[in-house]
Write a protein that binds this ligand. Structure first.
Ligand SMILES: [Zn+2]
Ligand SMILES: [Zn+2]
Length: 149
């Protein structure tokens, strides 16, 4: 039974993180934290972006949860691992597949991947804080709905 509970916690956290990422991206990164996120919307030199700090910030709660999960509260381990899994999936999709920050050529054929790639490219049509659409990463509504906005 416990196995099921832990699996449910892991999957629920993974799904909830897309919501957390959407809200953070929509209201903080394209809001008061734009000074960090702008580095991701504008041309720049070098590999590093100030925007990468968000990855470091999100790693902190996952590490804390995993620590508590391995020191007495096993359920928290699965929440921490769900957050970590979201981070890995986010990096693979956003940094490797869409922005090609690693020297890998990935040409996704799946309809799902093509849809979320297109949706993120629509997000990058603007280089400013305001007026952007499509703040999700691993989930996206149909592109027709995004371009209408
Ligand atoms: Zn953005
Ligand atoms: Zn991007």
């Amino acid at each position: 039974m416990e196995v099921l509970l832990h699996a449910a916690l892991f999957l629920a956290t993974l799904a909830a993180m897309e919501g957390v990422a959407w809200v953070t991206h929509r209201y903080l990164m394209h809001g008061p934290l734009w000074f960090l996120h702008a580095s991701h919307h504008r041309p720049h030199e070098g590999w590093f972006e100030w925007n990468d700090l968000f990855g470091v910030l999100f790693a902190v709660p996952s590490i804390v949860l995993i620590w508590f999960g391995t020191h007495g509260t096993p359920a928290l381990l699965w929440v921490g691992l769900g957050m970590t899994a979201y981070g890995v999936a986010y990096f693979g999709f956003h940094d490797v597949i869409v922005h090609r920050r690693l020297p890998l050529r990935v040409a996704p054929k799946s309809r799902y991947l093509r849809r979320i790639i297109q949706s993120h490219l629509i997000h990058h049509k603007t280089h400013e804080r305001d007026g952007a659409v499509s703040f999700g990463f691993l989930y996206a509504p149909p592109p027709e709905r995004l371009t209408r906005k």
